[in-house]
Design a protein around this ligand. Sequence first.
Ligand code: COA
Length: 190
Amino acid sequence: MQIILSECTVRDWHLDDAAALAKHANDRRIWLNMRDAFPHPYTIVNATAFLSTAAAMQPRTWFAVTVDDQAVGGIGYTLHDDVERIAAEIGYWLGTAFWGRGIMTAALRAVTAYAFREHSGLRRIYAVPYVTSTASAHILEKVGYRLEGRMRHSVIKDGKVLDQFIYAILRDEAMSTGHAADGDVSDRRH
Ligand SMILES: CC(C)(COP(=O)(O)OP(=O)(O)OC[C@H]1O[C@@H](n2cnc3c(N)ncnc32)[C@H](O)[C@@H]1OP(=O)(O)O)[C@@H](O)C(=O)NCCC(=O)NCCS
């Protein structure tokens, strides 16, 4: 998969992204907003393990965000099963050197549209940023995700008990705001 946007490109992870991934992901300012499964420090060993997992996924739902074909961030969603099989959780991060250029707003809009197009049974995509993740909440709002609530004392991060917001967008909402046309998408799986 590859989506070319004016701010960045979203594409499948490649095994040779390891050095760029370890470089850009290795930042405490990113880690503070992520689950603990996102390592810190983020080593080349962590990067290689992640890329092997991403390459083996079927379907692939974790993608690199690239600038000048260098992987500088990641965005992905997790499809749920059982009665929640109509929902997916989305998450993302970006190297701090690239913050504030509109990159992840564009990537989030495009991947939201891609996920609804790619998975016909998907009805809802949601995200659960910590209440301290101000930039994340802001980009979700810019893309049309709606704030549905606040999950009190739902996580412990860096030794602090935090609340999480829950934001979601439904298929009809995403399609009616023109997301469906976002980006120049090519799918190179055959
Ligand atoms: C969230 C993140 C991906 C945003 O990426 P980005 O490409 O810098 O985002 P954009 O430039 O598209 O938009 C950021 C918006 O947040 C705003 N913003 C940034 N920091 C902010 C803050 N502390 N308070 C309020 N708004 C803030 C920016 O002004 C911008 O809004 P604007 O376009 O209206 O001016 C990046 O900050 C990041 O990787 N954070 C750490 C990981 C993370 O939070 N992941 C999400 C977990 S749910």
